[in-house]
Design a protein around this ligand. Structure first.
Ligand SMILES: Nc1ncnc2c1ncn2[C@@H]1O[C@H](COP(=O)(O)OP(=O)(O)O)[C@@H](O)[C@H]1O
Ligand SMILES: [Mg+2]
Length: 317
């Protein structure tokens, strides 16, 4: 559905995108995550046809973006990272205005407005003033506006930031339903945990490059295997340390009283074998657990391995 190849963007002296690649398939809810300044907004604006790339290609539904902006705009719904001020405008007037911008007038416009309000769980809000809606509702109204012309791909720039848990839950629900209806959604955030339970896929961008991309669940699992294993030993501490030091899959050991933290590059089965080996040698173990890093430390580890490691060290002492 969306194919981004070797994208570069230079603003005067700043290289904002440095050979970015991205692949999104139909029906995916794709989380585009990276720290502030990583190049998310730049990428999204190029995809939406609002900004031209210095180099590289963007393809949507088999068509190249910059070459056919008009057709492409009909395929894309763009939700920007800001929401304007709309004094004395009702929700219905607001949406009818955007419908008319796409050539949908009169009764057709109001019918289409009602449909998109339904899709974003804002039915019965037609007569409310836009400026009086809560932030979560305004965000969904923005989404309704982006849906008005029935695009196939929705691109949203940091829409979930600053939403309270209730508004977030509704937002997540709305996006999931849209994907089930066949829409493809790209949503950006600088906070991985904001998207982890929402998205089917994830791409992590840092300094204008895609550093990791894939299914959210798989990526979370693969990251887990680099987390420390924490072993609490009841007796024979010296023997336990000796055994661990000689184990080929143990790369780092830190000790705190009777608790040993190791970086262990093995599978679940190898974990079980290690426990057996220690117990057979006479070490009594009271617990053996793989730590699950917080999402944000995972994120820091990806974008900055040095900092990520020290973060992991802190969490296991
Ligand atoms: N109009 C601009 N002029 C110059 N530099 C810009 C402009 N817009 C963005 N940048 C720079 O490009 C980089 C990427 O910015 P941006 O795409 O906004 O990142 P993000 O959305 O991930 O925070 C940053 O270093 C930013 O300062
Ligand atoms: Mg941004």
């Amino acid at each position: 559905m969306l194919h981004v190849e070797n994208l570069y963007k230079k603003y005067d002296t700043v290289l904002a995108l440095d050979g970015l690649n991205m692949e999104i398939n139909k029906g995916e809810l794709y989380g585009f995550v990276g720290p502030n300044g990583a190049g998310k907004t730049t990428t999204i604006r190029i995809i939406a046809g609002l900004l031209s790339a210095t180099k590289g290609e963007v393809w949507i539904d088999g068509e190249r973006v910059e070459k056919n902006t008009k057709v492409l705009k009909s395929k894309i719904g763009y939700v920007p990272d800001f929401f304007g001020v709309y004094e004395n405008l009702t929700v219905m007037e607001y949406l009818e205005f955007y419908a008319s911008a796409y050539g949908i007038y009169g009764k057709d416009g109001s019918m289409r407005a009602s449909e998109v309000l339904d899709q974003v769980e804002l039915a019965n809000m037609e007569a409310r003033f836009v400026d009086e809606l809560s932030r979560g509702m305004q965000q969904r109204l923005c989404l309704a506006r982006a849906l008005i012309h029935r695009p196939m791909l929705l691109v949203m720039d940091e829409p979930a930031s600053g939403l309270d848990p209730g508004a977030r839950r509704i937002f997540k629900n709305v996006l999931r339903n849209l994907c089930m209806d066949g829409y493809t959604v790209l949503i950006s955030s600088h906070i991985l945990s904001e998207l982890a339970d929402m998205c089917s896929n994830v791409g992590i961008i840092n300094q204008g490059k895609m550093i990791l991309q894939g299914e959210m669940e798989e990526i979370m699992l693969s990251i887990d295997s680099s987390n420390p294993v924490v072993i609490t030993v009841y007796n024979q501490m010296d023997l336990a340390i000796e055994l661990l030091k000689s184990h080929p899959l143990v790369s780092r050991i830190s000790i705190d009283k009777n608790v040993i933290s190791i970086i262990f590059g093995g599978s679940k089965e190898e974990e079980a074998l290690l426990i057996r080996r220690m117990v057979d040698a006479g070490v009594m173990i009271t617990s053996f657990t793989r730590e699950h890093n917080s999402l944000e430390s995972v994120f820091f580890h990806l974008i900055d391995p040095e900092r990520g490691n020290s973060y992991a060290d802190e969490s296991c002492t």
